[in-house]
Design a protein around this ligand. Structure first.
Ligand code: PLP
Length: 328
């Protein structure tokens, strides 16, 4: 199987640890064993899930003579920050198309973007939402005209190239399973653009690790993400014939978006601080806090009953949380 992997750069600190959450398990586990896959430890500045995708995306950029990485997201996008720093590490130019406004005193991910020297273009949220594809296309053409070559990386790095990062993470998990004597498990992640879940889903089929992958959506709804994940997998199939036999059926746990993408209520903030004091692990309010909340609520409802092991994928998010200016 190894040979079908496209080339990747080693950018992340991998493999990441998998460990038990004994005190959280006492508090919320209802008899399950609770584990955490520490993808918040993929790097200091490159913390989180995006660097796994960027290992493949950046290799593709170098191999195909792109000199610029062009991508997009919210002002506090973890994906944009990881791309900005990866670009600087590789000597590639980075251009970020961000939804929102520039800030006099940037914080968190935005501060790191600025320090990394990335070029940043801001768009009103409504315009961004309506015209993102054409905005990216215009910038791509701008680079072509200027004798440069920009690789457009979609939101969250989620497409048939980026999802290799989590196909590989599933392979890592299959090693974790062997080491820890886990026979089968439910695997839960936050889903924001679908690539993490898509990769885990395909990877667990490929590497025959008996896991049932669940994504807790942090925006939109279940229908949207089922379609998005299937279209990312179709993109993968169009790039490689090794996947024609795979027909993924994404499982979305809907109902934990709360007030919308990026909006968290006091239940989420309280849960973040409770887990921090129990286990010394910091979740974030946009992604992992909502996903963890969804997971423990579904444990309480019995969704996972009948299986012993539940694995939470910690996908990062600390810099966005530190920049968080919402009421807590
Ligand atoms: C981007 C992100 C996610 C969502 O991953 P997708 O692959 O986009 O679905 C989850 N958690 C954090 C912290 C993220 O930055």
């Amino acid at each position: 199987m190894k040979s079908v992997f496209p080339r990747r750069l080693t950018l992340g600190q991998l493999p990441t640890p998998l460990h038990r959450l004994y005190r959280a398990e006492n508090r919320w586990g209802k008899g399950h064993r609770l584990w955490i896959k520490r993808d918040d430890l993929t790097g200091c500045l490159l913390t989180g899930n995006k660097v796994r995708k960027l290992e493949f995306i950046a290799a593709h950029a170098l191999d195909n003579e792109f000199d610029t990485l062009l991508t997009c997201g919210a002002v506090q996008s973890n994906h944009c920050r990881a791309t900005a720093l990866v670009g600087a590490q590789l000597g590639l130019a980075v251009h970020l198309v961000l939804a929102g406004q520039s800030e006099d005193r940037p914080k968190g991910n935005l501060l790191l973007n600025q320090l990394s020297g990335a070029k940043i273009s801001y768009y009103e949220k409504s315009e961004y939402k309506k015209n993102l594809d054409s905005i990216l296309l215009e910038w791509e053409e701008y680079y072509t005209k200027n004798e440069s070559r920009a690789l457009v990386i979609p939101t969250g790095g989620s497409d048939g190239l980026g999802i290799w990062g989590y196909i590989r993470a599933a392979q890592e998990l299959s090693e974790d399973f062997k080491r820890e004597n886990i026979e089968k498990a439910h695997v839960v992640c936050a889903t924001g653009s679908g690539g993490t879940q898509a990769g885990l889903l395909i990877g667990s089929e490929l590497f025959d690790c008996s896991s049932t992958v669940w994504g807790v959506n942090v925006s939109d709804d279940a229908d949207y993400f089922v379609r998005k994940i299937i279209s990312d997998v179709d993109d993968l199939k169009s790039r490689s014939s090794s996947f024609n036999h795979i027909h993924p059926e994404p499982r979305i746990i809907d109902g934990y978006v709360g007030g919308g993408y990026g909006k968290a209520n006091s239940i989420i903030y309280q849960l973040i601080s409770e887990l921090a004091s129990l286990e010394g692990i910091i979740l974030d309010p946009v992604y992992t806090g909502k996903a963890f909340h969804g997971m423990i609520t579904e444990i309480a409802k019995g969704r996972f009953s009948g299986s012993t092991d539940i694995i939470f994928i910690h996908t990062g998010g600390i810099f966005g949380y530190l920049a968080n200016t919402e009421e807590v």
